[in-house]
Each structure stands twice: as C-alpha cells, then as structure tokens.
Design a protein around this ligand. Structure first.
Ligand code: KIV
Ligand code: ZN
Length: 507
C-alpha cells in the first residue's frame, strides 16, 4: 500500500499563529511526542525569525533521532544559512525554502518579475542543496498561481536539487476538484524524476483536510499538517483527520501512513496543555465528544454491535478506558501507573513533586479525578530550575479598602526576600508584591482562571502571560486556593523567563 509521508508543522505554522506560542522547553517536549507519534518530518520552526526560534529548532534537531527535522527559510542566502546552522546537527536534516509564485504575491508582496522569481528559486535551492542533502521547495500561494508558470518554477527547483516540491494552498482558496487538477497538471508537465509532490492546505473555507485528501488521490505523496488543525488564521489541515481518513478508508484511498495512531490523543492533549487552547468538543478525532454515544437509539445499537455507530475504535486513537480511581490512600506506584495510563512520562524527581501535590489535594478534595491529575502534571512535564519559590504570604482583601499583600519568596534556594504592596484587588496586590520582592519590572498581559472540575472544592487553574523587556512569558498554577494558584502561576512565569533567557544565551 502507498505510504503517505506526514510532514508535521505544529511547531512552525501552528506555533506561529497568535495565541499558540510555546516555550523552548515545551517545543522540545512536543517534538519528542511527535517522534513517538512517528511523523516523518518535524518542521521545528523558522530559524531566522528570533533567537528563541533558532534555539528551539537547534535543540529539537539535536534531540530527535527518528524523524527528519526541518527549518523554514525564505529564498534568501541569510535565511538558508540560519536554517542550516539550526538543523545541521539533526540525524536527518531538511531545508524548507519558499517563495511566492502567484501574480498577486509577486506584484504586491515581492515586487518581483517572473524572471526574477525563477532566478531566485534557482539560486536559493542550489545554495540550500550545497549545504544539505534534502531540500523542499514551496511555491507560496501555489493554488492561485498560473499553472504553466508554477510548473516552470517547480522544474527549476527540481533541476537545482529539490527532492520535494510543495503546493501550498496558502489562503485556503482551493476546492478539492481544483486541487486534483493542479496535482495532475504538475505530474503531466514537470519532469519529476523521483521528486515527491507535497501539499500544504489552509482551512479558511473549511476544506483543508478534503483538499489534502483530494491531492493524495491525485498522486501527492506528502501531506503537510498540524495537530488539532492549528495554524495561521483558520489553521492547517488537521494531522489526525488526514491520518484517520487514510487508515479508516484505505479501501478507498489505497494509501496509509506510518503514524502510530494510538499516540494521537496523547499528542493532542500535550498540545492543549502547552498552548492552553482547548479543542472544540465536537472536533473530529480529538474532540471530547468524538467517541461519545449519548443518544438512546445509538446506545442500543452499540450494545448489540459496536460497528452500528462506530467507524473507528476509541482505542485506535489512544483513548483507553481508565477505571482506576485515586484517593488519599493511593500510593506513589498507583499515581505513577495513572500517569502512564494518561500518557505522561515524568522523571522520578517530577513524580515526587506531583505526588506531594496529589496528597495535599486528596486531603482537600473528596474525589481526585483524571482532570485533577492532569492539572497537577502540567508544570512537571517540562522541568525547569526554580529561581523563585513561594515561601508564604498574607493577603487582606475587602470591599471597603484596597487589597494588600505581604509576600515572602525564596530565591536560588538560599535567600529569603520580601515584598509588600497594595492593589485594586487581591491578585493585583499579590503580583505587585512579587514585583517588589524580586525587584523585577514585570507587566501582566493576560490572566485566565478556570475550575478544573465541577464542585465548590474544585481546583482553580490559572494561566498568566507576563512581559519583560518586550518579550512574553507564560506561567501556570493550580490549587484549590485560587489566590495561591495565581501566585504560583506568576512565579512560574518568572522562572520560565529566566530559563528561556539562559537557554538562548547558551547557544
Ligand atoms: O501557507 C504557506 O504557504 C506556508 C508555506 C511557507 C509553506 O506556510
Ligand atoms: Zn502555511
């Protein structure tokens, strides 16, 4: 059966979309999960964009062994050099070079003639190829480009050494039948030799997955996609939907992928954990309701034969029924087993921390369920050194006076520092007190809080984004006391900031 190569762009096209940013450590942990998912290519980022992007691409390149690692680059020498310096340590590096080919982009964005575009493709792809054995060329806005010109540009890229030519539907404009015609045209008019045709579809009209599948039917051998369909604007084609279509309907497509589909749910959960962006409940494959059968008539059919209403099993995407309930008598081993069932691998020291929090929670709450455990894990999947730790605080808040907070923090495990401040509410007072104690000029850009489960004893999960010297850092905290959860989130954001800056300096 034809194997379709899965090129994952969660960490590049996905992460560059507003609201989906991840820290360097989160990107590395996500890349390792993509490796477990068995994607063929991990597009780790756009190395020239910022020192942080460069560092994360380079770190991912050095840690991933079982997938090709790519960096995006504009068709310019300097971009290509940056991309190469970031991926050259990879077991299987790939340079992904792009330039637009539609009239609109050439005239208004690039201000280049067709001849100039052709020359730049030739020069940049040959330069990339002189550095790296594998080069992919993307013709940005390909689906709105004149087909004879598109074919000419792809021929130049192949002759200059590209092993993959990518057809992006950059603005999500194409229809499935058109996509088939484009792929067929390219097969008929380009001397492909053993070059792979790839597609990269955006979802502006809700057709990204359909267009990708149509292209595959017409002969494309690589699908570019992102987990949960994240990406610019309406997103990219969703990896899990392409993969499960090919797996469930391989009778129809005659094609499959190498993806370990039982890792799909874990991958989606990790992405949600890192970005803080939830999946809509009715989203195919990874939505919470995707495998829930509530209607009585459906349940009746399912009890007789699951196939009446189930076209793929929950187990095939990694949804396993989890019956073990944890409580205050559960030990470290039971917690470890639960984490394993939920798909989390943590180090022994992280497990110690989670176990301590779990014991406190089991005392405070009647039932500790899976969502509670997942909330506790969030700060431990990626372990970072704690420059600041909370020692204690006293907070006064009322509806007649402004709030005040006196806080004591431990810095670098040794020094105790204190801060006192007021604020219009308890959270502002607490954050101002942390700024005073640490002497850092931090601004709060975003604050969110939600109950992890129902009930008055639910844990509050707080997410903050703080800015320091024009850069944004995220932090997360969880506790049954929402003031403490907020303080923890703020302190964690500061610790993330120190760690990210240090990582960048080390490169
Ligand atoms: O959407 C697009 O055109 C892209 C290219 C850089 C591949 O993301
Ligand atoms: Zn894109």
């Amino acid at each position: 059966m034809r194997k379709i190569r899965i090129f994952d762009s969660t960490l590049r096209d996905g992460e560059q979309a507003p609201g989906f940013s991840m820290s360097i450590q989160e990107k590395v942990a996500m890349a390792k999960q993509l490796e477990r998912l068995n994607v063929d290519v991990i597009e780790a980022g756009f190395a020239i964009v910022s020192p942080g992007d460069f560092t994360s691409v380079k770190t991912i390149a050095s840690e991933i062994k079982n997938a090709s690692v790519a960096s995006l680059a504009r068709a310019r020498r300097q971009d290509i050099e940056y991309a190469w310096n970031a991926v050259k340590c990879a077991a299987d590096p790939l340079l992904h070079v792009f330039l637009a080919t539609s009239e609109l982009h050439m005239k208004y964005k690039l201000n280049m003639t067709k001849e100039e575009v052709k020359e730049q493709v030739r020069a940049s792809v040959s330069y990339a190829r002189s550095l790296c054995g594998a080069v992919e060329f993307s013709a940005e806005d390909a689906t709105r480009s004149e087909l004879p010109f598109l074919a000419e540009v792809f021929q130049i890229a192949i002759d200059a050494g590209a092993s993959v030519i990518n057809v992006p539907d950059t603005v999500g404009y194409a229809e499935p039948e058109e996509m088939k015609k484009i792929i067929t045209y390219l097969q008929e008019h380009v001397d492909l030799r053993d070059t792979l045709i790839s597609v990269h579809c955006h979802n502006d009209l809700g057709l990204a997955v359909s267009n990708t599948l149509a292209a595959i039917q017409a002969g494309a051998g690589q699908a570019e996609c992102a987990l949960n369909g994240i990406g610019e604007r309406a997103g990219n084609a969703a990896l899990e939907e392409i993969v499960m279509n090919l797996k469930t309907r391989n009778d129809f497509y005659g094609a499959d992928t190498r993806i370990d589909t039982t890792q799909i749910i874990n991958s989606s959960k990790l992405l949600v954990m890192f970005t803080g962006v939830k999946v809509q409940p009715n989203k195919a494959i990874t939505g919470e309701n995707a495998f829930a059968h509530e209607a009585g008539i459906h349940q009746h059919g399912m009890l007789r034969n699951r196939k009446t209403y189930e076209i793929m099993t929950p187990e095939s995407v990694g949804l396993t029924e989890n019956r073990m309930i944890l409580g205050k008598h559960s030990g470290r081993h039971a917690l470890e087993e639960k984490l394993r069932q939920l798909g989390y691998t943590v180090t022994p020291s992280a497990l110690d921390g989670i176990f301590e929090k779990f014991k406190e929670l089991a005392d405070a709450k009647k039932v500790v369920n899976d969502k509670d455990i997942e909330a506790l894990v969030k700060n431990s999947v990626v372990e970072i050194p704690k420059v600041y730790k909370l020692d204690k605080y006293v907070l006064n808040s009322s509806n007649v006076l402004s709030s005040t907070c006196n806080i004591s923090l431990i810095r670098n495990e040794t020094e105790t520092i204190q801060g006192y401040a007021s604020g219009s509410g308890p959270i502002e007072a607490a954050f101002n007190a942390i700024n005073r104690a640490s002497g850092l000029e931090l601004a709060l850009n975003d604050y969110s809080i939600e109950a992890v489960t129902g009930g008055t004893d639910a844990q509050g999960a707080v997410g903050v984004r703080i800015s320091y010297e024009n850069e944004i850092y995220k932090g997360y905290g969880v506790d049954v006391n929402i003031i403490e959860a907020s303080i923890q989130a703020y302190i964690n954001a500061i610790n993330n900031m120190f760690y990210e800056r240090k990582c960048r300096e080390c490169q």
